[in-house]
Design a protein around this ligand. Structure first.
Ligand code: NAD
Length: 482
């Protein structure tokens, strides 16, 4: 049965690599029909800040599968990243990037690299929730949800199982962000226990990235949060030999998007020299998702044979390794000529049995709600003074100390009262930790009155965060030095 896919040719080298990819798909016998939508520069120039026409969503929601060429994102001017918009609007929670080296046919310092990065795609700092609470301070909110962690971590383990991979490595920074990254790590440990057949380990992201750059062969599947995944997947792609080689999948419960990892490469656009491999390998991932595993393997094997035959685009061409320098169309022709052949030096690819719709997307578990109690507030205030002692006195004079107590004050996360050090640099943005006095059960009314007291004290309250405990555990971090 023929299947319909939405495609977009994009900007820069996009139209060239898309045509090369469609030619290979057609020659391989993929029974696909295409609905074409416009995205990127032309749409931005019509004043549509998202870079995608409103009608295009109908096509994406109808076909549920999107093969996308790269676009040029305009800088500034309120333009939104199209990728972020599509990922969030269609709920594409998993970004999957295989990063493989093809030594000795592609020059790389890491000849044994073969790993997959599974990056959480919707949460973290990419919520774009930012504030400027005082003239001298800005902040960004890092949101991590338990269902979000569960979905991505389970997806990584399911992916490992479905693709015969042996190990899943989690990377977080939970030595610093104990609650948010800590939740990701905790969920990883819980879910890993359900997959005893798969090895698991955890790295702090800084040393994990360093190892990845220096010894990528020690990794198999890596699962991580959005920002870390964004950074390490570009590093991993680059050290395979060329950004032109990588394809990626963005998977959601209903829809999926497949694209090359590189951008629109305006520096080489229109010259006919771009490497179409990234989009071709993304199309291979799309075919597996559509249950066309046989055709996916046919294209992938022909592509590997082309590479080992030394047919290389300019980004890969090395006189000592390559037989011929190809343009984009010539490279696609070389792949087409090899359809049906298997690579001789590389291991041939076999995608096994088809599973239409890709891997099942795991549903997060419903947990019984924990016992939640309110124990205080963190009030963020703007105050132009310099002595934390004076601020503490001012607050204590105004709050009702029968009901609440000022426990501590910090500035940029460092406790400055009580017992602060004069060396700590302070801005005008102070955090007051106000908690229930002994034996007082705090209520929203008490919080409301405490806020009023701060305003009466002449402080500008820029934000209030409630402090909760869940089943007896703090739902807030300690201040540094508290
Ligand atoms: P880029 O990936 O477009 O280019 C980086 C370098 O790699 C350039 O020298 C380029 O010539 C080279 N390169 C990239 N793809 C290649 C290929 N297939 N074959 C040969 N060489 C290739 O990154 P950039 O220059 O930072 O970004 C250019 C534009 O692309 C920007 O507007 C950016 O916002 C956009 N972008 C889009 C996407 C996307 O649509 N998914 C992703 C990244 C960047």
């Amino acid at each position: 049965m023929r299947k319909t896919v939405t495609i977009a040719r994009g900007d820069g080298i996009g139209p060239e690599i898309m045509q090369a990819t469609l030619d290979v798909l057609s020659a391989a016998g993929a029974e696909l029909d295409y609905e074409e939508i416009q995205i990127g520069r032309a749409v931005y120039e019509r004043g549509i800040k998202s870079g995608i026409e409103p009608e295009a969503w109908d096509s994406l929601r109808r076909t549920k599968v999107f093969l996308k060429a790269p676009i040029t994102t305009p800088q500034g001017g309120g333009f939104k990243s199209l990728n972020v918009t599509v990922r969030k609007t269609l709920g594409l929670f998993a970004n999957v990037r295989p990063c493989v080296s093809y030594a000795p046919y592609v020059e790389t310092r890491h000849p044994k690299m073969d790993l997959v990065i599974v990056r959480e795609n919707e949460e973290d700092l990419y919520g774009g929730i930012e504030y400027r609470p005082t003239a001298d301070v800005t902040e960004a909110v890092k949101l991590i949800s338990r269902p979000g962690c569960e979905r991505i971590v389970r997806y990584a383990f399911e992916y490992a199982r479905a693709h015969g991979r042996k190990k899943v490595t989690c990377m977080t920074k939970d030595n610093i962000m104990k609650l948010s990254d800590g939740l990701f790590h905790k969920v990883f440990d819980e879910i890993a226990a359900e997959y005893p057949d798969i090895e698991k380990d955890h790295y702090i992201i800084d040393i994990g990235s360093a190892r990845l750059a220096n010894a990528p062969h020690i990794f198999d599947v890596i699962v991580t949060l959005n920002l870390y995944g964004d950074i390490i997947s570009d590093i991993a792609a680059e050290i395979t030999g060329s950004v032109g080689l990588g394809g990626s999948a963005n998977i959601g419960a209903a829809c999926s998007m497949f694209e090359a990892i590189h951008g629109s490469a305006p520096d080489i656009a229109g010259k006919g020299i771009a490497n179409p491999s990234g989009l071709m390998l993304a199309a291979v991932m799309m075919l597996v998702h559509l249950g066309e595993n046989g055709i996916a393997a046919k294209i992938h094997n022909a592509w590997l044979k082309t590479l080992e035959d030394g047919m290389h685009t300019g980004d890969l061409y090395r006189p000592n390794l390559s037989a011929h320098q190809c343009g984009t169309t010539e490279f696609a022709r070389a792949v087409i000529d090899r359809l049906g052949q298997k690579p001789e030096k590389f291991a041939p690819v076999d995608y096994g049995e088809s599973r239409e719709g890709g891997m099942p997307v795991p549903e997060p578990k419903e947990l019984p709600p924990p016992k939640k109690i309110l124990v205080g507030i963190d009030a963020f205030v703007e105050w132009a003074g310099e002595e934390p002692e004076a601020l503490a006195k001012l607050v204590q004079e105004h709050i009702d100390e029968d009901l609440v107590t000022l426990r501590a004050i910090d500035n940029r996360g460092v406790k400055v009262w009580p017992d602060g050090l004069p060396e700590t640099f302070c801005t005008r943005h102070w955090r007051l930790r106000i908690v229930a006095a002994d034996d007082v059960e705090i209520t929203p009314q008490i919080i409301y009155e405490s806020m009023g007291a701060l305003v009466e004290a002449g402080l500008e309250v820029t934000a209030i965060n409630s402090l909760f405990r869940y089943d007896g555990a703090n739902g807030f971090s300690d201040m540094q030095g508290e």
